[in-house]
Design a binder for this molecule. Structure first.
Ligand code: GLU
Length: 272
């Protein structure tokens, strides 16, 4: 089995990441498999080299090691472009110039992945594409090309994916970002899980609502669907999911204060 920890170097790793990474490595150990580290550095406006360096330092300090070289998503943008062309050949991609403000002005409501796109640019053809446009997946059309039923495995159960609910929760997701042309998380993640032959995706419950879309992308691109395990989240003092912006729970801060990895494990409810 192969699993992975896939942090984005857009801030310092915090206790939630420590919990996730330690869980990933524990699952690999329990199942006699391999834990990979993958750097999901596709948001070029937010990634910083010092955050990537911090990821390597913090994980090594926690006692974790991983096969090298580490896959860095920014190193293979051409592959994601190839996957988008594959979807374009199926007639599923359209260019979109809408800003967040346009989307809100069009009456969008919040969904599983930000605002649910109301379909303003859905009529546009790829031939009209401007180089600053983003690219979206026509999700309803995509679902019409996939044989039902759609499902994935989680903790020994089969989780059914309901296409109607998926469309309602997601709208047409962005697969390539406007202006930067960076690949979006969904596409890069699904592509690399297949490329790296990941059999078990272990990640937080905050990403559970994204999994049905990942299953759709896997079907469209001819990739296998891994087994999923969405683990619980470490919450802050107010019961909210930890955010990178809240530096008070950064692993590096505890390291600097002289705590050791066993202290961190105790703090997040994992025995040392
Ligand atoms: N890069 C994502 C994050 O830092 C994790 C993606 C995943 O595990 O699928 O939240």
């Amino acid at each position: 089995m192969i699993t992975r920890f896939a942090p984005s170097p857009t801030g310092a790793l915090h206790l939630g990441h420590a919990y996730s990474a330690l869980t990933v490595w524990q699952v690999a150990k329990d199942l006699g498999g391999t834990a990979l580290l993958r750097i999901e550095d596709t948001d070029s406006t937010r990634v910083r080299p010092e955050y990537e360096a911090g990821i390597y330092d913090d994980l090594a300090w926690l006692g974790l090691s991983w096969p090298k070289p580490v896959l860095r998503q920014s190193d293979h943008y051409d592959d994601y472009a190839g996957a988008i062309s594959q979807l374009d050949h199926l007639g599923l991609i359209y260019p979109c110039s809408c800003t967040r403000r346009d989307i809100i002005a069009a009456g969008a409501t919040p969904g599983a992945d930000g605002m649910i796109y109301p379909g303003t640019c859905r009529h546009r053809a790829m031939a009209d594409r401007d180089k600053t446009d983003g690219l979206r997946l026509n999700l309803r059309k995509a679902l019409s090309l996939i044989d039902a039923p759609l499902s994935y495995r989680e903790q020994g159960e089969t989780v059914a994916v309901d296409p109607v609910t998926l469309c309602q929760n997601m709208g047409d997701p962005i697969l390539q970002r406007k202006d930067t042309n960076d690949p979006a998380y969904h596409l890069a993640c699904v592509y690399d899980d297949a490329l790296q032959r990941v059999t078990h995706v272990v990640r937080g419950t905050d990403l559970r609502d994204q999994t049905p879309l990942h299953v759709v992308l896997q079907r469209l691109l001819g990739f296998p669907t891994p087994i999923y395990h969405h683990h619980s989240l470490i919450l802050d003092d107010n019961g909210k999911r930890l955010a990178k912006i809240d530096k008070s729970k950064a692993i590096a801060k505890y390291r600097a204060e002289g705590l050791n990895p066993a202290d961190i494990k105790r703090m997040i409810g994992l025995t040392a």
